[in-house]
Write a protein that binds this ligand. Sequence first.
Ligand SMILES: [Zn+2]
Length: 132
Amino acid sequence: MKTLESLRPKEILLARARELERILRSRDLTIETFADPLDEIQQAAELELAIETADRTSAKLAEIRLALDRLADGTYGICADCDEDIAPNRLRAVPWASRCIRCQEAFEAQSEMPDVEESDTHTSRKGLQDAA
Ligand SMILES: [Zn+2]
């Protein structure tokens, strides 16, 4: 597979994995106590965000490790759902992709979460109308 060789996925994946491991290690999730309750609220929000980011980073790292496994066993670049080759353009953009673009879109449509932000907006708008 000449196209795949030119993508050098192993180098890219290993470099990315090292970068994410460094981010996870350097993340500081300590909790301080503040006299001002506003500072505590601020810190709780920051901590929540930091944990969320760490979760996402761990998830991405897991995806990259799986892609490295697939490279090792020769299934890299093959869609996990339909067994078709994943387009080289897609692998260039997302080297840890485990699905072709069609299967990925189907997968995301299936696992889509309800839009919390939008329902919040509706609630607050309704509140404003009730008040007026
Ligand atoms: Zn597919």
